[in-house]
Design a protein around this ligand. Sequence first.
Ligand code: F0G
Length: 420
Amino acid sequence: MSSCVLRCIECGTRYGIDEKIYSCRKCGDLLEVEFEFREFKGRVEKSSWTERPLSVWRYREVLPVFDDSKIVTLKEGGTNLYGCSNLGKHFGLTNLYVKNEGENPTGSFKDRGMTVGITRALELGVRTVICASTGNTSASLAAYAAKAGLSCIVLIPSGKIAYGKLAQAMIHGARVVQIEGDFDQALEMVLQLSEKHEELYLLNSINPFRLEGQKTLAYELWDQMSHVPPSRIILPVGNAGNISAIWKGFTELRRLGFIDELPKMTGIQAEGAAPIAQAVKQGREEIIPVSMPETIATAIRIGAPVSWKKALRAIRESKGTAETVTDQEILEAQRALARSEGLFVEPASAASIAGLKKLLETGELDRNEDIVCVTTGHGLKDPEIAVRTSEEPYRADAQTASIEKLLGLSKPLPLAVSSR
Ligand code: F0G
């Protein structure tokens, strides 16, 4: 690992990498990890990466971790990139791929960030980690904290998180606090708590080390696509950390001299929680937070995304775009992906497919582009929705004849006599 600092994305103030801060002390804006890329010359080689398994830690040299003995891993990353020709054909697309992040250890992309974030927590010597979450972050943090032997506190919006995610946080032994409020309020509270109580380490995506892990999705895609990145990446946006992280990954690949062209970052938000998509559509420099965000895709039910500025920059610098989709469109996309490609993703993840469909309809996408949709979480996180939106199971008594009758299975035909 070469030298790196924390840098404010607005005023450029630099802080030592070991400082435990989450925002700039001068202007209050977001921080990011900045590497001294000149030091990478001759040290980072594509070939040495290829010798390691596809995973977050394949890209060890570009991860801000200093003591290898402290790395906490559950084997995250290395998720499959599926060529989706069935769905692609349906949309009239030549090259449609899905990067399925539900295949991570706890079933979402958050694990990429947590392996780095929790490792940093150990390097900093903290004992307790904390986050606010719509579900997946809490599931992931709880699992990695368990592996690292740290205590874990999660704040979640009461009644608005999918059951599978709640189960994960509970079984991994986190102290789960359900608040009578939404995610934005929970985040505000953990920000205050971690400022006030030095012993707490905050692992929401405002923490720049989390995003360093998540940026490896870009490195993996570049590897999986024979070192030519796709022309467009479509992904759901909530708190806006992931789109910012993936964009950072691609810009680093360019700085390393490994790519020339960068993909267009395309963010999809649910109609009832779309401050970033609205800002993009209206050409505004700032977002207007949504006070009562609402969507069936609870993972992205967020009205005041903390990384909005990084996300707007990613979308604009990459010449990408943003779109909104309705709950109905999300559910239809979830079902279409499950039935045409055999991939079961949670509703928030299906927003990327719903967004793709909408952008094709509005003529904003070229049908010859190489498009990667990122599906961020596994469908089993939220089985209730899948059951509620699918046809009910048939009911029958335990008789073969009853099943034949029910399914309209005709009597077997007599064996055909060959005419030859
Ligand atoms: N998809 C899923 C499945 C998510 O869980 C999230 C965020 C997102 C997309 C959006 O990613 O916030 O980086 O823009 N979930 C967070 C959580 C907020 O608490 O689990 P983002």
